[in-house]
Design a protein around this ligand. Structure first.
Ligand SMILES: Cc1cc2nc3c(=O)[nH]c(=O)nc-3n(C[C@H](O)[C@H](O)[C@H](O)COP(=O)(O)OP(=O)(O)OC[C@H]3O[C@@H](n4cnc5c(N)ncnc54)[C@H](O)[C@@H]3O)c2cc1C
Length: 211
């Protein structure tokens, strides 16, 4: 699997493989952990020991030890690391196409050549973090209009009922074009709904006074 693509596509691929792929390990080595961090381990050389102590980060002096601690096949792990190291030397990942597009390479490390997304995993200790698919938001929800008011089946407006964020059907209609596509519309439609509700409230107060 190419982990440099969209995490939505990554999650779907994990689920598509059934129980065998619904849990995976992301593996790195000491210099890369120090530079980039891994999951909850912050980049820049954060002391990894507390994460090792609580079991989040698996640490091992050899790849065989890492395989034993993660319950993976040692030969498969060694072959996988040999593949990634060969791809790093060549600058091309023929197995999964990591770093195959300008978008992916833009997220890489510009100091790494020939492909900024492909670095070697070579210097002990080695580290692993378990990956599992999870929710980050929804891409579908309740149907609303341009003022974030909710609609009935016949498209009539339900007066005074607004929805935003995960509850409102995404303007992207279930797709994921890129980062920010849940928080962005959440903020925009939150402001739109707030303004509309305030205007409606003013209008109603005016009508009450006039009566
Ligand atoms: C790890 C992670 C990374 C993400 N990264 C990004 C990103 O980079 N860009 C991006 O755009 N989006 C990102 N998202 C998605 C984004 O954060 C969510 O889609 C967004 O926060 C949803 O906002 P919301 O207000 O609809 O819901 P929420 O933020 O879930 O708010 C719902 C609130 O309702 C409260 N609540 C629930 N039930 C009740 C109840 N019965 N009574 C009272 N309160 C209740 C909850 O406690 C919560 O505070 C990420 C999400 C995760 C988890």
């Amino acid at each position: 699997m190419n982990e440099t693509i969209s995490y939505h596509a990554f999650g779907k691929a994990m689920l598509a493989g059934g129980p065998d792929t619904a849990g995976a390990w992301i593996v790195t080595d000491a210099p890369t952990l120090a530079k980039f961090g891994l999951g909850m381990v912050h980049p820049g050389g954060e002391n990894p020991k507390p994460h090792v102590a609580d079991g989040y980060l698996i640490e091992a002096q050899t790849l065989d030890e890492l395989a034993a601690k993660t319950g993976t096949d040692p030969r498969a792990l060694a072959a996988s690391i040999a593949d990634i190291n060969a791809a790093a030397e060549k600058g091309e990942d023929t197995s999964f196409g990591r770093g195959g597009s300008p978008y992916q390479r833009n997220n890489g490390d510009p100091t790494v050549a020939p492909n900024p997304t492909l670095g070697r995993i070579a210097t002990a200790p080695f580290y692993a973090v378990r990956l599992q698919p999870a929710d980050i938001g929804t891409a579908q929800g309740l149907r609303g209009d341009t003022h974030a008011r909710l609609l009935r089946d016949d498209d009539s407006v339900i007066g005074g009922l607004y929805a935003v964020g995960n509850d409102l059907h995404s303007i992207m209609g279930g797709t994921y074009p890129g980062p920010g596509i849940t928080l962005g519309p959440g903020l925009v439609f939150g402001a739109i709904a707030g303004r509309h509700a305030a205007a409606r409230s003013h209008q109603e107060k005016g009508q009450t006074r006039a009566a």
